[in-house]
Design a binder for this molecule. Structure first.
Ligand code: PLP
Length: 392
């Protein structure tokens, strides 16, 4: 049976799949089963930060697979310890828990925050239009009706403040507030960037009230914004940091990074994950850090991201249905006055993969090693597609 028919018959209908059937990828390119080549400027939904099937990553995968794939977390193995060291040294004084997905790491952050609150403080404030995942705690922190409405009631203890609005946040704080969780650039929410002044006020206030700051960098982490972690663009050190997506450049891994004060209250048995941080995924992830450094990818993100943003700004003049173009590094959104999904579909027809989010935002998140020629090609295809949606 053909792939699409198999999906229809046997896979649960949780995804709105579209486009051709892909069979192969290399760097920023993808091939379908008819041999057509596509430019992928949204590889792996932000996961494939080194592009598809990076040769060095594939090599390390092969070597590690032959050596040791999985061990339970009651035994010692060096791959996980070395990755924890790498993350702690590159972020802030911390200890690391490994899991498999963004949502799973968010769950850990919720649990450890509540532990920190000692049963007296348990409320967590999240931001309107945030996205933290689909498991129940993460879903309860996700302040977008379309995701959690069908599954109500959400968990108790979650409150929602307006993003980039310090007064709104302050109003939600009660003596029971233990933590605030936020993305510094809301991804699924439409590439909304936190203001520096807002973050400064939030930080000072939280410090005074002993409220933990959980920064969800599932999308923004691992060089996406030209800093290894997006919080490094701000004068901020999180209490808990959540990484996933690009952390494994394709292998399922997430990390919950917690400061020493929180680390000190965590005891064996309080939390666990069978697959979390296996020798296989942690070895691959360490290679990702090495490649980012060796290939100077943060510099590439800075240079190519500025170029892409500059070129896309000019679209705003040309197409009156573009409301705003915004982004940092290689995380860019075009907010439209019209629906973005048909434009995404038309790009796909024209062999360009980007993304449509939040109804009216086109999201572009290329691999960190994307080059100028590829960006120029993508910009040209996108421009041609946008031309078709012009009404005047
Ligand atoms: C900021 C953010 N947090 C959490 C998640 C959930 O990650 P996962 O789908 O791996 O559970 C996502 C997924 O897109 C995300 O963008």
């Amino acid at each position: 049976m053909k792939t699409k028919k198999l999906f229809k018959k046997y896979s649960l209908n949780t995804y709105a799949r579209c486009g051709p059937t892909f069979v192969k990828g290399k760097g920023s390119w993808l091939w379908d089963d008819k041999g057509n080549r596509y430019l992928d400027l949204f590889p792996g939904w932000g996961v494939s930060i080194l592009g598809h099937s990076h040769p060095k990553v594939a090599q390390v995968m092969g070597e590690q697979a032959k050596k040791l794939i999985h061990l339970p977390n009651n035994l010692y193995f060096k791959e996980q310890a070395l990755l924890a060291e790498e993350i702690a040294k590159k972020s802030f004084p911390s200890k690391v828990f490994f899991a498999n997905s963004g949502a799973e790491a968010v769950e850990g952050a919720i649990k450890f925050s509540r532990l920190f609150g000692k049963g007296k403080r348990y409320e967590i404030i999240s931001m309107k239009n945030s996205f933290h995942g689909r498991t129940f705690g993460a879903l309860s922190a996700t302040a977008q009706k379309k995701y959690n409405e069908p599954f109500k009631p959400i968990l108790p203890g979650f409150k929602v403040a307006e993003f980039n609005n310090f007064e709104s946040f302050k109003k939600k704080v009660t003596p029971k507030t233990v933590a605030v969780i936020l993305e510094l650039i809301q991804g699924e929410g439409g590439i909304n960037i936190a203001n520096k002044g807002y973050i400064r006020k939030l930080k000072e206030f939280c410090k005074k009230k002993n409220i933990l700051i959980i920064i969800d960098e599932v999308q923004t982490g691992m060089g996406r914004t030209a800093k290894l972690f997006c919080y490094q663009n701000y004068q901020l050190v999180p209490d808990l940091l959540i990484l996933s997506k690009g952390l494994g450049a394709g292998v399922p891994i997430s990390a919950l990074v917690v400061n020493k004060e929180i680390a000190d209250i965590i005891k064996p048995g309080m939390h666990a994950s069978t697959f979390g941080g296996s020798p296989f995924v942690t070895k691959v992830s360490r290679e990702v850090f090495k490649i980012i450094e060796k290939d100077k990818l943060l510099e590439n993100v800075q240079e190519e991201g500025s170029y892409l943003l500059k070129r896309l700004y000019t679209f705003k003049e040309k197409f009156s249905f573009i409301k705003e173009v915004r982004g940092i590094g290689l995380m860019i959104g075009l907010e439209l006055k019209i629906k973005s999904f048909p434009i995404f579909l038309e790009c796909l027809k024209n062999k360009l993969v980007i993304n449509s989010t939040h109804d009216n935002v086109l999201r572009i998140m290329p691999a960190l090693n994307v080059n100028r020629l590829q960006l120029d090609k993508g910009i040209k295809i996108l421009e041609g597609v946008l031309d078709k949606f012009k009404t005047e």
